[in-house]
Design a protein around this ligand. Structure first.
Ligand code: PEP
Length: 249
């Protein structure tokens, strides 16, 4: 089963109009096999020129459709600002905003209903990995969404982001990442066998120009979610170029 790769940038609480211009200029020059997605701070979304090469996404979306939710952004607001995707359940939101699996599941439902593609982020802490609980943790995070809504899987992207690898400079090895990606696909099969083969599973956690090509050779790694390195236009472009279907193992 060949899946169109997706390379996504998570700018987190960084970025300027000048960065938009620099990234667009660099990406306009490259020919990559992957689809490209940038998730900037939502305030920057309207400053991206229309593009059929780079899709835009939010970094979060409200579980509510509209109403008195000061500070939140609904799926329709994000869409109006140009987003077609949204990250959901990023570990920084789980940790700092105390987002629960139940809330994250609601957000996925709201996003899909509004026509946004959710990029559902899952992953374990270092302690959970050391205690050999990686699979248990991830199965629970996936079940929270897809056990009751298996029909949403075909409309989703999954990002495996081991928390110990995010922003630490210590990426999972290609083998470690592949093992968990294959596990994720197995779990997803129990919800929708066909969709599980189609769904893109991105790896995130200290992806850079040096380590990305080896990660992308793995059969179940369908792209990347890139934080820090996505703020450097040339490096992000190199990561995008490093995705080559012909190099898949
Ligand atoms: C992220 O925040 O989603 C991420 C993967 O960050 P970094 O690439 O900086 O580890």
């Amino acid at each position: 089963m060949s899946r169109k790769a997706l390379i996504a940038a998570n700018w987190k609480m960084n970025g300027t109009k000048a960065l938009i211009e620099a990234v667009n200029n660099v990406l306009a020059e490259i020919d990559t096999e992957a689809e490209l997605l940038i998730c900037p701070p939502a305030t920057l979304l309207p400053f991206f020129p229309p593009s059929n090469k780079v899709a835009l996404g939010g970094q979060d979306v409200s579980a509510a459709v509209s109403g008195a939710y000061t500070g939140q952004l609904s799926a329709s607001l994000l869409k109006e600002a140009g987003a077609t995707y949204s990250l959901i359940g990023h570990s920084e939101r789980r940790q700092y905003q105390f987002e629960t699996d139940a809330l994250i599941a609601e957000k996925v439902v709201t996003a899909v209903t509004a026509g946004l593609t959710p990029v559902l982020c899952v992953g374990e802490t270092l302690q959970e990995r050391q205690q050999e609980k990686t699979q248990q943790v991830i199965a629970k995070q996936l079940a929270a969404v897809y056990a009751s809504h298996p029909e949403l899987l075909v409309k989703s992207v999954i990002a495996y982001e081991p928390i110990w690898a995010i922003g630490t400079g210590e990426s999972a090895t290609p083998e470690q990442a592949q093992e968990t990606h294959a596990f994720i696909r197995d779990v997803l099969q129990s919800y929708d066998n066909v969709a599980a083969q189609q769904v893109r599973i991105l790896y995130g956690g200290s992806v850079n120009a040096e380590n990305s090509a080896a990660l992308f050779t793995q059969p179940d790694i369908d792209g990347a979610l890139v934080g820090g390195a996505s703020l450097k236009p040339d490096e992000f472009a190199q990561i995008c170029l490093n995705y080559q279907t012909s190099a898949k193992e």
